[in-house]
Design a protein around this ligand. Structure first.
Ligand code: DAV
Length: 373
């Protein structure tokens, strides 16, 4: 919704400054993609999704869209400008000279694809074949911002080839078992190899001049090195969280709320040797509250820890999913004003409140929150 007089500004340096302009995803035409190496590694072994693929049932798409539309309306009413992607036909195969997969995914989680750093929006390489063309859903918006903001920098990371060389064959089994997965994760043996740079935008957290990036299934060390060379004025820090058997995306694991305060998933604690940058600079890392649910909703890739996948609107205000009562209570105790947003029936389409949004503009500038390194 636009007044017609608002100037378009692309600018966002962190996860908490006052949010003024955001993209909210859509559930239209979302597909469960066919098997492929990186996706299979993430689908839990006991998941109802194993072995099935195709367009999601229309009534679930309609329900997810109803919730996403309501969320967009709520943000608009609070004065946040909201844009939406343009879905492409996800039933089409994704085919390049290097691979072929029979359908695509969707465009519910813009956070996975778009990384906003200052005046730049960077399209991630992605690491699933079914998501290779997802950036196209955001191109109409990127073109509009390009026309409207003379300072906007539209960038795209090198498209990866995603041949079989990108994936460790050991992960191709659905009978690995959680124990072995946890061992592999602790050894940093992930499904993706170091064949070429790979990253999803949702593995990156922005803290002003520092970027904190999770090494896991969807982002490899070459991807992190690519980000380091691409953002020469930033310090890029690699983190990983043993304890997650399916490590993709940092935003159900490590959640900054405001300068000096981060929630950390208690099953995926940041290892002691990686805490010093936070400790030396007076940041508190506190265990997140338990999720309210014992299991994810049907046909969902993500864990119950979407409870901590919140959207911070400003350093005192946070959107929390309506059923996540323990998380809301903890936010309240931490001095945050909580806005309840119903989204659980959209989780299966690609995640929670952080996943289904991507920053365009937050007030504020690039600050150094870690002067003692
Ligand atoms: O805990 O399953 C979900 C992150 C989605 N962006 C998890 C990670």
């Amino acid at each position: 919704m636009r007044s017609g007089f608002e100037k378009t500004i692309v600018n966002s340096w962190n996860e908490w400054d006052p949010l003024k302009h955001v993209i909210v995803g859509r559930a239209d035409d979302c597909h469960i993609p066919p098997a492929e190496p990186a996706l299979d590694a993430k689908v839990p072994e006991d998941s109802d999704m194993r072995g099935q693929w195709g367009r999601r049932p229309q009534e679930t798409i309609d329900r997810a869209n109803e919730l996403l539309d309501n969320f967009a309306d709520l943000l608009s009413k609070r004065g946040v400008r909201v844009d939406r992607p343009t879905p492409t036909d996800f039933s089409l195969p994704a085919t390049t000279p290097d691979f072929h997969t029979q359908s695509q995914f969707g465009c519910m989680p813009p956070r996975d694809v778009l990384l906003t750093v200052g005046a730049e929006i960077l399209e991630a390489t992605m690491s699933y074949r079914c998501r290779w063309f997802e950036y196209l859903c955001y191109r109409p918006l990127m073109q509009q911002y390009w026309d409207e903001d003379p300072n906007f920098r539209h960038e795209a990371a090198p498209k990866p080839r995603l041949t079989n060389e990108d994936y460790h064959p050991d992960y191709l089994s659905d009978k690995i078992g959680v124990e072995k997965r946890l061992k592999w994760a602790a050894e940093k043996f992930f499904v993706t190899t170091e064949e070429e740079p790979l990253f999803d935008a949702a593995d990156v957290l922005r803290f002003g001049r520092d970027l904190v990036v999770q090494h896991g299934f969807t982002t490899n060390l070459k991807g992190i090195e690519w980000l380091r060379r691409h953002f020469p004025d930033h310090r890029v820090h690699t983190v990983n969280f043993p304890g997650d058997p399916y490590p993709i995306h940092i935003d159900a694991t490590f959640t900054p709320l405001r300068p000096g305060l981060i929630l950390n998933n208690p099953q995926r604690r940041l290892p002691a040797d990686q805490r010093s940058m936070f400790e030396k600079n007076g940041w508190d890392i506190v265990d997140a509250a338990q999720p309210a649910h014992n299991a994810p909703p049907p046909l969902c890739y993500s864990s119950t820890w979407l409870s901590m996948n919140v959207l911070v609107l400003d350093p005192k205000t946070v959107c929390v999913e309506k059923s996540e009562v323990y998380q809301a209570d903890q936010m309240d105790k931490l001095g945050m004003n909580v806005i309840e947003v119903e989204l659980r029936d959209a989780y299966a389409f690609g995640g929670g409140l952080h996943c289904c949004t991507a920053d365009v503009y937050r007030e504020g500038s690039c600050e150094d929150y870690f002067p003692n390194l």
